[in-house]
Design a binder for this molecule. Sequence first.
Ligand code: NAP
Length: 406
Amino acid sequence: MRDVTGTTAAARITIGSDGVLQVPDVPIIPYVEGDGTGVDIWPAARAVLDAAAARFGRRVEWLEVLAGEKAFNETGEWLPTETIDAFRDHLIGIKGPLTTPVGGGFRSLNVAIRQLLDLYVCLRPVRWFRGVPSPVRNPEAVNMVIFRENTEDIYAGIEAEAGSPEADRIREMVREVFGRELRADSGIGIKPVSRTGSQRLQRAALNYAVARKRSRVTFVHKGNIMKFTEGAFRNWGYELVREEFADVAVGWDDCGGDAGGRILVSDTIADIALQQVLTRPAEFDVIATMNLNGDYLSDALAAQVGGIGIAPGGNINYVTGHGVFEATHGTAPKYAGQDKVNPSSVLLSGVMMFEHLGWDAAADAITSAMEETIAAGIVTYDFARLMEGATEVRCSEFAQAIIDRL
Ligand code: NAP
């Protein structure tokens, strides 16, 4: 819709009754700049996102919202209600890294945002960009997308401190119900894993594999040891494939490994998976896993393709349509304001966001331009120190080099 001046008016993203996002020509997208190096990486990333959108006749109306130190300094709150409301109302948002407040009433602001919006998928694509220094011999074989469950598992935060009345009561209950004695000085954590939580994550991974024409989905779990949590996750996954995806996907046991053109769904024990993603990366495509396994796996995989400065992430609820895309590294305070660090993590999170909105052409243009820039040896300090003959540039210069190649 055009306003009186002839420019297209910005509007909110909505979700249709069919669960599909309705993205207006000029969507309003809330962003949190982020603490520490957020002041460097966010403006750099935003410039690239804006330039790529403009190339394809698109525009984003950015809406700044506050969280972290900047919010605390300006409002006295670490995570103002208005920020959560803005993410809730506009469905999709993006954020830089945030300082974890010490004694601020939050375990982590990032976790709080995920919980408040029930963002049950942590989506971490892991792929290699030509020229990026890597500790492995064939980084080009790494092209995986990790769906990490974001709300359950031992991360649910139900813990009792050793010696506390809560721990004593749980020990009593364990004695009574299981006939087992726990040491009196045990801290205790509870690991809830539900069919609902597991299957909504697995459904998202399978839908993604179908939509993006991926060929394999692997459930990673430790079900050989934890049968009723991790083992159940595996079993519920195969059940879901049979009940909801039989026309497009098939479990390994139901086809003996011959999927006949459908998506092949298999499972791997977490410890073996951590070896095989290194030794046989080409066999992994989409991975669906639980919270703790997913945490280890996504960082281990990110290290194979260039590490912390480049790994993007998104936290998504595919049912409500909410999604917050984010840099996966921290605030790196020692570099704050120096225009030095690598903006790729937040920039590629923006690329994921564009893909999620259906702006694939703009997303692909950024990915190609970034690949060309790195292949030309134009990189920030973190890559320059690992590459021979590289030209080290500032954060903003790296962004400009990408814009020049769009
Ligand atoms: P960090 O900020 O991730 O920094 C650790 C190291 O990673 C840096 O010293 C730097 O390595 C490298 N690094 C980080 N960002 C980079 C970038 N953009 N480009 C290139 N290299 C980068 O971790 P931290 O120092 O442990 O944590 C600092 C604060 O961030 C804490 O308050 C923590 O709670 C918070 N945090 C927030 C998030 C989030 O918001 N998602 C995540 C993790 C931590 P070199 O020293 O080798 O150059």
